[in-house]
Design a protein. Structure first.
Length: 302
């Protein structure tokens, strides 16, 4: 099949490469010429405007978006709606909010343009390991796109699937990322406790490799933790500042809306916020209160 990859960040480039290797014709588009040229060097064809992208594809066209959620995706969908024809398909493979995906599908439907939301997991490893694809939209449209999903996934019948109507793919990916937050937090806390047990002199890298085999906590995240610890057992070169993609927040909001308790995911998100607080006024206030009611010593700032 042929398709366009709109947005050539590292993940978009890797996905385009996997598709090209799988025998698909891929048109790569990005805002910068250098990025488009990189896609060309990897086997894709290049385009420098959305108009050029559309002109290079035969109808019915397929365009896969790998761009930031929110306004960028909104603007791109709106622009493409003026360029595409009935029967063409837009696939949003980024981390859009599921509510936005439902809205995009409804916006495109009167024009006859199909919309598919594909929650996409795999990061930088997807190019070799394959991507986990959680797909929302009309079942018959998803089935028509099967060759693309089979090429991107770890296998033809594994790691991908149609999970529900428009918005369902991004909703499932949102929950996936919320779970990921909790798992990462638990691993980080466990290794931190072991690092603090100075009298045992624990080798965190060694322990991570022990756990990779036979342990109930073995996982891909543990494999990545082992890889990071092999590179730097103290992680001394990494600043303790953790970003969030937005999907963890949306998962917490959803748990509140549905009255479903999610304390682990919620707390893991809050810990990411705490990592960015260089001022940490909360901790300063706690120390001041302990000093006020109990005379406990406080450490003075430099």
């Amino acid at each position: 099949m042929e398709l366009a990859m709109i947005g050539l960040g590292r993940m978009g480039l890797n996905m385009a490469t996997r598709l090209v290797r799988g025998g698909h014709r891929v048109i790569g588009y990005a805002r910068t010429a250098a990025t488009v040229n990189e896609a060309i060097s990897l086997g894709a064809e290049g385009a420098h405007t959305l108009e050029e992208v559309v002109s290079k594809l035969k109808a019915p066209r397929i365009l896969w978006l790998m761009i930031p959620a929110g306004k960028v995706t909104d603007d791109t969908v709106e622009k493409l709606s003026t360029l595409l024809e009935a029967g063409d398909t837009i696939i949003d493979g980024g981390n859009s909010n599921s509510k936005d995906s439902v809205r995009h599908a409804a916006f495109l439907e009167p024009k006859g343009i199909e919309f598919v939301d594909s929650g996409t997991s795999g990061g930088i490893w997807g190019i070799t390991e394959g991507y986990s694809l959680m797909i929302g939209g009309k079942r018959e449209v998803v089935e028509r796109l099967r060759p693309i999903f089979e090429t991107l996934a770890p296998g033809a019948e594994k790691g991908w699937g149609h999970v529900g109507p428009h918005g369902a793919g991004h909703y499932v990916k949102m929950i996936h990322n919320g779970i990921e937050y909790g798992m990462m937090q638990a691993l980080a806390e466990g290794f931190s406790i072991m690092k603090a047990k100075k009298e045992f002199g624990l080798d965190l890298s060694q322990i991570s490799h022990i756990w990779q085999y036979g342990s109930v906590v073995r996982s891909w995240l543990l494999d990545l933790a082992a890889r990071a610890l092999d590179q730097d057992n103290d992680l001394s070169d990494i600043k303790p500042w953790v970003a969030d993609s937005g999907e963890g927040r949306w998962t917490v909001f959803e748990s509140i809306d549905l009255d479903v308790p999610a304390p682990i995911i919620t707390l893991s998100l809050q810990n990411r916020f705490a990592s960015r607080d260089e001022e940490n006024f909360t901790a300063r206030m706690l120390a001041a209160l302990r000093n006020q009611f109990g005379g406990h010593a406080v450490q003075k700032a430099d």
